[in-house]
Design a protein around this ligand. Sequence first.
Ligand code: FE2
Length: 247
Amino acid sequence: MFELKSGNSEYNTQTLSEIVKNNFKAAAVFEKYNLDFCCKGNKFLSKACEEKGINEIEILSELERIKTYQNSSINYEEWNLDFLIDYIVNTYHSYVRKMIPVILEHINKVASVHGKNHPELTEIARIYSVVYKDLKQHMMKEEEILFPYIKYLVKTKGNGSKSESPYFGTVRNPISMMELEHQSAGDELFEIRNLSNNYTVPQDACNTFRVTFQELKEFEEDLHKHVHLENSILFPKSIMLEEELKS
Ligand SMILES: [Fe+2]
């Protein structure tokens, strides 16, 4: 098995700033350890760790983890719905909750520094704060109303009993509302994509500017996967399950 050693890392020859340029997710790791990858990012990782008294191996293992984050060979179609719900909440909802305040802070910072030359940044910051509010409420409704009902349906089927009608009539009602909310979040992020000219950073952009656009891009891509799992797999299967239990 590969053993992490500070001396044999691919990061030995890269500065903090270069590591973030090659993989913007490293920004979150460096921020966690208070390592400056922006204005004073022209330092090698080992030197920066030594100065701050940080264990370099710890950082290297975090950098390895972000490299192997995604696994595209998973077949979600085969998963039980209760397991799929837990996966959505633990992966996608927790990503949104973790990243939304980080990105909002970055975009507000970039807008206050560069807003004069790039007025679209102020509009992006405004739209993103709307996305923040909308998604927080949206996920809460899913976690407190829709998902518990779908889990109840799964359990009822497992017990071989008959399901009772929920106060909202049928699962189709909250699902219709959630689909509309997915659409508006998608539209808002699409507007940000347009305003940022497909997340294109200007030549003179600082690292925080670059990181913010990369974070926004990843946020949008992540939301697409998240919404795909709900709209295309979880929701239609829940409607079918409810129908099956009624008959
Ligand atoms: Fe959702």
